[in-house]
Unconditional design. Structure first.
Length: 138
């Protein structure tokens, strides 16, 4: 089921982005650092993989993200521990784990942009400007 869903999702235009990379949604991952190296677009999906015995995924607002407050969340995304979240709007999204784990870094803030039109020219070697060549001081 999960494999089928994962295989079908790209057809709808969105990317399936596994939060945190290999370790997933867990302790000892710097999600701020992780998110700064990524782009998120409307139509993409976040894929949270975690141990549901300990962790949860809650969508919260900015204030509650900053303060790690899990009582007034927007949406509880927690289901089976392999849970997806639809990024439907161009805005900031905030997530955290309840159970105190937010204070240990299980919090994620991302900015979602509108999808770029799919007319991106592929990078061509001929367009690369090689300005790293050593200067000859003759
Ligand atoms: C996480 O990464 C960000 C950006 O690289 C850095 O500013 C921050 O200090 C890191 N946080 C921790 C707890 O290491
Ligand atoms: C977030 O929600 C809390 C509680 O509902 C509220 O007090 C706070 O003002 C909200 N913050 C933002 C940025 O909307
Ligand atoms: C979120 O949902 C999960 C699974 O249904 C549940 O175990 C958990 O207690 C919920 N968390 C909150 C804060 O409501
Ligand atoms: C995801 O969001 C888009 C845009 O709002 C919507 O068309 C689509 O039905 C949603 N998919 C699911 C599975 O909720």
């Amino acid at each position: 089921m999960v494999l089928l869903a994962a295989a079908m999702l790209p057809c709808t235009g969105g990317a399936l982005i596994k939060v945190g990379g290999k370790p997933g949604w867990a302790l000892n991952v710097n999600y701020t650092d992780w998110a700064t190296h990524r782009h998120f677009y409307v139509g993409d999906w976040l894929y949270f993989v975690f141990d549901k015995r300990y962790y949860t995924v809650l969508e919260v607002n900015e204030t509650n993200y900053e303060q790690c407050r899990d009582s007034e969340f927007i949406k509880n995304i927690t289901r089976g521990g392999r849970d997806v979240f639809n990024l439907t709007e161009s805005r900031d999204y905030y997530f955290l784990s309840s159970g105190g784990y937010c204070f240990h870094g299980m919090k994620l803030a991302i900015h979602v942009n509108n999808q770029l039109p799919p007319i991106y020219p592929p990078p061509s070697k001929n367009n690369v400007i090689n300005d790293a060549s050593p200067q000859s001081n003759g």
